[in-house]
Design a binder for this molecule. Sequence first.
Ligand code: BTN
Length: 246
Amino acid sequence: QQLRLEVYKTIPSTNEAVKILAATGEAEGKVILSEEQTAGRGRNGRPFFSPRGTGIYMSILLRPKLSAAESILLTTSAAAAVALAIESVSGKDTQIKWVNDVFMDGKKVCGILTEASLSLENGLLDYAVLGIGINVTLPAAGFPDGLGGIATSVFSESNHYDDLRCRLAAEVLNHFMEYYAHLTDRPFLSEYRQRILSLGKPVTVMKDNKQRGATAIDIDNDCRLKVRYENGDEEYLSSGEVSITI
Ligand code: BTN
């Protein structure tokens, strides 16, 4: 399908802008990109550092026929699309930290925030706003304190590679829309699973305020993480209920 792109120099948050359009009846396929966000948001109410010119900050309006439980497929397929796009533009490897953070060299390079609204009539999504933030080049002043140790950029230079940034954004959208066309067939699942950082490795599962050591063993068809605890018990974890440390 045809996407309709709109590019801003600065905006508080592309997710917020697309949510407003969604609520006023805008059709699927609208994409807002911005050179900078002044109130970029991440998951769990955290801010998303979005300095001018060095990243891709974009949000896509979707109206998928998915239940709330299936909406995980949007985020995980987007993570796979970002991973493939970064690899083809940079020639370097990427990894995915379950559920949807894309990593390079052990640090986060992309975050994804899906905000969805459920229709009370049929229990399906009325809309979903898929927000993607990628650090493309190093901000001139570097990453601020607290991010330096955990964030990285696709390119380690602080040049503004505008042509590469455009190519990367286009590749992300193209890969994602290919997946989106047949999303419930999980066309992205093997690319997603291959890049999961923690498979076969020890993780700490944080659930109901309790921490337990486990080994991550698989990603199932619904993108749940299967873990085995030290006593041999196995459990499938959904993204909303737990966080893991790798
Ligand atoms: C996270 O890592 O916690 C998610 C970060 C999502 C950031 C993107 S940037 C474009 C879109 N607009 C926002 O305000 N957030 C998302």
